[in-house]
Each structure stands twice: as structure tokens, then as C-alpha cells.
Design a protein around this ligand. Structure first.
Ligand code: COA
Length: 342
């Protein structure tokens, strides 16, 4: 699915006006993880760029993280929660399998908003951003809060050194507003899925069969911890992310050197560097906070965005190319301008 130019029939545009973020309250360093599994700070930093991760405490939920990030974004935008039309929560780790967005809506006091979850693993925020933009461009909605949040610490096998060193908990939020087509901040996007390759990264259900009545049985079970073929996922990322970004930049007639920032899903510093090298972009233009947070799945892109907005690196009018990728397999790219609050 490629969205540049936007859907036919669309009349308006979308402005990215504010951001917020939250992290798990407990910081765990690589050396501390070495107390639990056979690993080292040197191994983790060299292979991934990760130094610390933030993990939710026993009393912190996904709804709490999302609420905190969303509140910050509303505050930056200067909006009342009442004015929101939609709270869209990208997550693969809901507090409730029926959906956590309505809980977040209630915590925010966004009484007039519809709220629902969207699941696309580490591509979730990007997919949610594009989804929300459609409601805004068609004029169906005026104000939307898109939140990417994940609490993967619930689903990591903390005794599996191949995966446990990679992940952390966090949330990021972006406030989006309808605007005129000539001020559209979402220049273009492209989204992809390939379920045929999905088994290299899973958080799958494992069921047993139990007899229900004489002639019927049912399934009982639960979810198993994350399982991953790291090398396959790495190869997927360094092949597909540059390809989809190239396609997007060509479709939008954008020269790589005209980008202010490359904002990629924060999975591995080596992936970030490889993508930057493919476009001859200086590494200084590649936003990275992996060292502090690790991979927070759907949260990485808005969490990084918020950090760079708040410390002044991202300025109004900056042109940002973003790409999310991960389980599904799913991947996507978006080219947008940061507007900031008016
Ligand atoms: N500490 C120390 N040693 C470790 C380790 C750890 N945390 N994890 C794995 N190893 C060991 C392995 O057991 C293996 O040892 P062996 O050769 O004795 O069998 C060795 O290191 C190499 O393992 P390998 O899996 O080949 O490492 P790698 O170079 O592929 O790096 C990843 C592993 C996970 C860092 C890398 O594959 C990667 O980043 N993949 C992408 C993962 C990702 O981003 N997932 C999320 C996508 S959204």
C-alpha cells in the first residue's frame, strides 16, 4: 500500500502538532542483566548499541504509560482532552486483550473520543499514524491522539540472552490535527506486510486441546515468550527498510540530503547505521536513543521524536523520514514535516 499522493477523494491535510512520552520506572543496565544471563556490557553494546532499558515496575501498566505520554502531548498542544475525536493506541502488549485504548481514553478524560487498539508490533506507531491521517484528511475528524506503547517486559523470557537484552518498556504520543491540503504535514507513506516470513519473530499463542463435551473440544492456553531468529530479522531490516525508504523518497521527489532527520524504529544501532550509509546520510542526522531505552516496540519512534522535539533538535518545518519494521513481518515508511504547537 503506497499513499503518496493521498487517497483519492481526500480533501484535507494532517498536521503533527505535539508529542509526549513515558518510560518504565526501573532502569536496568547491561551489567545488571549480566547478573541474570551469561552476557556482558561489551557484547550488548557492540552488537546492538543498547546500554540500558527501562522496565515497568509492578504497579505500572500499559495504560499508565500511554496516559502519561498522552497527557504530555495534550499539554504541549494546549488541547483539552474533550476536544479529541480519536485515541488510537498502537500496541502488541495490551493490559486487556479486548483493548486498552478505551481505558486510556477514560484516564485522559477524552469523553468525546472513540478509542481502539491497533496491532502491528514494532511498525504499530507508523501504521497508526497513517490510519489516523485518513480520518483527518477526509474531514471525518479534527483532532487525534496517536499513541505507540509497549510493555514487552511482560513477554520477554528473561532467561533467554538472545532476546532479553534487546527490549524495554515505553510509550510515545503524537497529537494530530486536520489542516488544509496545502499545509499537509504527511508528505507520503508506504506500508507493507509479509505473513509468509512471520515466523522469525513471534509472540504466539500455544494451545492445548481439552474436551468440552462428548463431541467437541476447545483450546486452552496462553502466550509464550518472544521467540526470534535474530539473524533473519536483521537481514530483513537491512534489506527492506532502505528499499521502502528509497521508494518513498522517489515517489515524493525527495532528495535524501534534503532530509533533516532519519527517524527509524530503534531496534539496533547497526541497522540504523546501515540504513544511513545506504543513503549517504551523516550519522548525526540519524536520531538514536537506543543506548538508554533499547527496543520499546511501537513506542520507539514517538519516544525518540518527543525527546528530539523537547531538546530542540527537531524544529517546526523539519522534514523527517521515518521507518518502522518488525514482527508480522510488517514494515513501513512515512515522510512528514513536524509542525509543532501553534
Ligand atoms: N550475550 C552474549 N552472547 C550472546 C548473546 C548475549 N546477549 N546473545 C547471543 N549470544 C551468542 C550466541 O549464543 C552465539 O554464540 P555461539 O556462536 O557460541 O552460538 C553468538 O553470540 C552469536 O549469536 P548470533 O545470534 O549469531 O549473534 P548476532 O551477531 O546475530 O547478534 C542480535 C544477535 C540479536 C543482536 C542480532 O541478530 C540482531 O540485532 N538482530 C535483529 C533483532 C531485532 O532487531 N529484533 C527486533 C526487530 S523489531
Amino acid at each position: 500500500m503506497t499513499g503518496s499522493p493521498p487517497l483519492s477523494g481526500a480533501t484535507g491535510g494532517v498536521a503533527l502538532v505535539a508529542s509526549g512520552s513515558a518510560r518504565g520506572t526501573q532502569q536496568i543496565s547491561n551489567s545488571q542483566l549480566g547478573q541474570r544471563v551469561d552476557t556482558s556490557d561489551e557484547w550488548i553494546r557492540t552488537r546492538t548499541g543498547i546500554g540500558n532499558r527501562c522496565i515497568c515496575g509492578p504497579d505500572q501498566s500499559l495504560a499508565d504509560l500511554s496516559h502519561q505520554a498522552g497527557t504530555q502531548a495534550l499539554s504541549m498542544a494546549g488541547w483539552d482532552a474533550d476536544s479529541l475525536d480519536l485515541v488510537l493506541l498502537a500496541t502488541s502488549t495490551p493490559d486487556d486483550l479486548f483493548g486498552t485504548a478505551p481505558k486510556v481514553q477514560a484516564l485522559l478524560g477524552a469523553r468525546n473520543a472513540v478509542a481502539f487498539d491497533l496491532t502491528a508490533a514494532c511498525s504499530g506507531f507508523l501504521f497508526a499514524l497513517v490510519t489516523a491521517a485518513q480520518f483527518l484528511r477526509t474531514g471525518a475528524m479534527r483532532r487525534v491522539l496517536v499513541i505507540g506503547a509497549d510493555q514487552l517486559s511482560r513477554w520477554v523470557d528473561w532467561d533467554d540472552r538472545r532476546t532479553c537484552v534487546l527490549f524495554g518498556d515505553g510509550a510515545g504520543a503524537v497529537a494530530l490535527e486536520a489542516t488544509s491540503a496545502d499545509r499537509d504535514g504527511l508528505v507520503g507513506f508506504a506500508l507493507r506486510s509479509d505473513g509468509a516470513r512471520g515466523n522469525c519473530l513471534n509472540l504466539a499463542q500455544h494451545n492445548e486441546r481439552q474436551t468440552l463435551v462428548d463431541s467437541a473440544s476447545h483450546q486452552v492456553g496462553g502466550y509464550q515468550p518472544i521467540s526470534m531468529n535474530g539473524q533473519e530479522v536483521y537481514k530483513f531490516a537491512v534489506r527492506e527498510v532502505p528499499a521502502i525508504l528509497k521508494q518513498l523518497l522517489e515517489a515524493t521527489d525527495t532528495a535524501p540530503e534534503s532530509l533533516d532527520w532519519l527517524l527509524l524504529h530503534q531496534a539496533n544501532q547497526r541497522i540504523l547505521d546501515a540504513v544511513a550509509d545506504r543513503f549517504n546520510l551523516p550519522h548525526a542526522k540519524v536520531l538514536s536513543n537506543l543506548a538508554h531505552y533499547g527496543n520499546t516496540s511501537a513506542a520507539t519512534i514517538p519516544l525518540m521524536l518527543d525527546e528530539a522535539v523537547r531538546d530542540g533538535r527537531i524544529q517546526p518545518g523539519h522534514r523527517i523520514a521515518s521507518s518502522g519494521f518488525g514482527a508480522g513481518l510488517s514494515w513501513g515508511a512515512a515522510l512528514f514535516h513536524w509542525q509543532g504547537p501553534s
